[in-house]
Design a protein around this ligand. Sequence first.
Ligand code: PLP
Length: 396
Amino acid sequence: MELFSNESVNLKILRKRAYNMRWAEVPDDVIPLTAADSDFPVAPEIIEAICDYAKAGYFPYTPKLGFPEFRRSIANALKTRKNEDVPEDLILPIDSAARAMSIIARAFLKPGDEAIVFDPVDFLFKTSMEAAGAKIVLFPMKIKDGRIDFSDLEKYITPKTKMLGLCNPHNPLGMVYPMEDLEYLADLSNKYGFYIMNDEIWSDIVYSDAKFNSIVSLGAEKNQRTLSVYGFSKSFGIAGLRAGCIYCQNPALFEKIVETSEVLSTIGGISSLSQVAGMACLDKCYYWVEKFTAQMQKNRDYALERIEKMPLISCRKPDATFVLFPDIKATGMEAEELADFLLKKHQVAIVPGGKTFFGPGSDGHIRICLATSQDILKEGLDRIERGLREIAEAKK
Ligand SMILES: Cc1ncc(COP(=O)(O)O)c(C=O)c1O
């Protein structure tokens, strides 16, 4: 069977296992194009690695800072895939990118600090920084000539600014950053002394018509205050294994990360099986990621073609990520209202924009996940189209 064929999506299993607004949480007649999680089974090498480890019958405590060979695999992948020079002893495997963000925020923010969060962006930036006591300062994203306009970013920086969240590639806009913008952000971080929470969880899902650049590739001097996050949920489809890591190029920052993570007391940490899976991903499965990304590119192009022909909706072409973020303001409805209408009347679930998930700047948008089979995507888009046509008719 082809890796990403219609037949490879097993709805019987997904309906039992896929939570977080997906198959197991919606009625059987609903198609969930919601949380950014794949409907495809993982690469066979991951299954094999987990089975081999499990068959040996022992699950003892693991090294507190992670398996040395896993840290080496991560360092190697960062270097070869993204030109990031990170010593393996400045990499901390941890149980998910979400946890990594929480640890970074708690390590470097305290009540009274300010943290700059792009608007819109994934809710985890705000949630993690707010939980650490920081006041969130939203930076409204304006797109100019296909790039994020940073010309007035400095206006949002005050003496209290201690952190800036960088989602690269950007979820939900699917944008990559030119090197000069990343250098500008790194220079600002050094000039004003704030930390950068650099989330690169989407860095493998970049389409052939775009190029990913990493701030980390600028080197240790520029990244004295950069803390980076990577996770295995998006590229390899193992969200339920909760696997990710934190890394940096400054040993003093790493010490603080380890202390805050509570791995030394075993309160924090990542399971042995998740590390084994993570190692298989990095050492053996990039061939799978390439094919998956190519399939997502086909899905992206198909979905954009469909959306172009629908009324009351328009969409920017993403460079990366497997989500679309169309503008639905022409419907005259709030995103939540449209999501509710599509779910109840047309049996398709999407994520509404608005402050819950992405910030107030995402009002008037919905997010559609593309990581499913072509048949399911087609049916999901058919349903969205029927819903929009019904609204357009009623407006006449
Ligand atoms: C930008 C971003 N960061 C972090 C995460 C969380 O990933 P994980 O499953 O590793 O916690 C997500 C998941 O959607 C994400 O989009």
